[in-house]
Design a binder for this molecule. Structure first.
Ligand code: FE2
Length: 461
């Protein structure tokens, strides 16, 4: 029996196949485009290599489309057919892939958690759990899974830097910013190729309003990441977010056009990043021109292909913002049908959270602020269920703030702005909105104070 670089037994007939397989995992974890191609070469040396088939399925799952599910299930069957019953760890990976292939991502996460309880050095299980659980919005599970194995790791174990990067993100999402940053900076020092570690530190800086430091971290030559997969677009999205909070909207549009959405997109993460940036710009009064058109073609194709609720919400937002009312209606009908799918995480929150949020976004884009407020306000502390990060979900808080202002519900707008500004005291746009709301509510003294804070925020980064 062969063992991998972290000492775990693995079913493989040829050491050369195993070497190539491990290279493909490094490519994957460093977000290199070539990861699937590298993995394919492993099959030249062992066509039946079970874990390579499972990783092939894992990579397909990252397209977040139901279209690839039959192929993912074929990978599950192939792996199971070539695994001895004694190979519990590898069989549990097959179970996890089966969960992914049916949309049962909580079951997939449970399989990886079972693996990690017995095999804390299974970095593949840890990475997969980290990224899939992300879409359930369970912050403490993200943190607990990586802290649960951390004591078994040290710098002598290959891949330690990836664990540090995940520690950073898990702690950041739970609000432990200083500890998170220390882990993240160490991860980057050990492996400057790890886009996730860089991304995790960007989250810390975002949550602390350290805008110039965020720009310093991320504003690098695009050529540096030219060989990386579309996840790089999300890091460019973070760069744009720092510029947006500073009020530098021309620069945000430049990043959007040159780095975030460079062509009509076919990738789920692009619609999330693109719609999020365009709407945030519009909320600050910026005219984004015809840019919604480049997103809605893909959004329309998502009808009937429901995997991530987070994507569904951004697709609906893009279509509603682009005034494609008939298409949005079809999208909502499709979502209502999808909600009946059994044993599917996204379906389980569709009726309670996703559809009311989508309806709120549609009402907002139609100018019916009372209806938007009625839909979104009761859910304001529940939308972590749609997955994603605090930084991403902040979009919906910002929309809710504008819905409250539009509905002249100034008390609610004040509450939401107070919450946001307490956490993000450097937000120029939010201070300006706060000043306007206070003035409209007749509190001139506090309005003046907020206006002064907006000016001060332009200089404190
Ligand atoms: Fe992010």
């Amino acid at each position: 029996m062969l063992t991998d670089s972290r000492g775990l037994e693995i079913t493989c007939s040829d050491p050369k196949a195993l070497d190539i397989y491990e290279s493909s995992l490094l490519d994957l974890w460093n977000y290199r485009i070539k990861a699937p191609k590298t993995l394919k070469a492993a099959f030249d040396h062992d066509a039946d290599f079970p874990m390579a088939h499972i990783v092939r399925g894992y990579i397909m799952s990252m397209l977040e489309s139901v279209v690839v599910r039959p192929k993912m299930l074929a990978s599950v069957e192939h792996a199971r057919a070539h695994l001895d019953p004694a190979q519990r760890r590898e069989l549990m990976h097959a179970d996890a892939l089966a969960g992914l292939a049916t949309g049962n991502i909580t079951a997939a996460c449970a399989s990886w958690e079972n693996i990690l309880a017995d095999y804390p050095h299974d970095l593949l299980a840890l990475k997969m759990h980290h990224h899939v659980n992300f879409w359930t919005g369970r912050n403490y599970v993200i943190r607990n899974t990586v802290t649960g194995v951390f004591d078994a790791w040290d710098a002598s174990m290959p891949g330690f830097s990836f664990v540090l990067g995940m520690m950073c993100f898990g702690l950041e999402e739970c609000g432990e910013y200083s500890r998170a940053e220390a882990f993240g900076r160490r991860a980057i020092d050990m492996n400057g190729d790890d886009l996730w570690a860089i991304h995790s530190v960007a989250h810390v800086l975002e949550m602390q309003g350290r805008l110039d430091e965020g720009i310093t971290l991320l504003d690098r030559d695009p050529a540096e990441w030219a060989d990386r997969n579309p996840f790089q677009g999300h890091n460019w999205w973070h760069l744009a977010l720092f510029a947006l909070e500073k009020g530098d909207y021309d620069y945000v549009l430049k990043i959007y056009d040159e780095r975030v959405i460079t062509s009509n997109t076919e990738f789920f993460l692009d619609i999330q990043n693109g719609a999020s940036l365009l709407k945030r710009l519009e909320l600050q009064g910026v005219n984004v021109g015809g840019r919604w058109d480049g997103l809605t073609e893909y959004a329309e194709k998502q009808i009937g292909d429901h995997v991530l609720s987070f994507t569904d919400l951004h697709s609906c937002l893009a279509l509603a913002a682009n005034k494609q009312h008939d298409v949005v209606e079809k999208y909502l009908v499709s979502l209502k049908s999808f909600a009946a799918t059994p044993d599917n995480y996204s379906a389980s929150i569709t009726n309670s959270v996703v559809i009311p949020m989508c309806e709120g976004l549609v009402a907002f884009e139609s100018g019916d602020f009372d209806a938007a407020l009625a839909r979104l306000w009761p859910l304001r502390d529940q939308w972590s269920a749609i997955g994603g990060s605090h930084a991403q979900r902040d979009l919906f808080t910002q929309i809710l703030i504008d819905a409250a202002i539009g509905a002249k519900a100034y008390g609610r707008a004040q509450t939401l702005l107070s919450q946001r500004l307490t956490l993000r005291p450097n937000s120029v746009g939010s201070w300006n909105k706060y000043a306007d709301v206070l003035k409209a509510a007749g509190d001139t003294e506090h309005a003046q104070r907020a206006a002064i804070a907006a000016i001060a925020a332009q200089n404190i980064h």
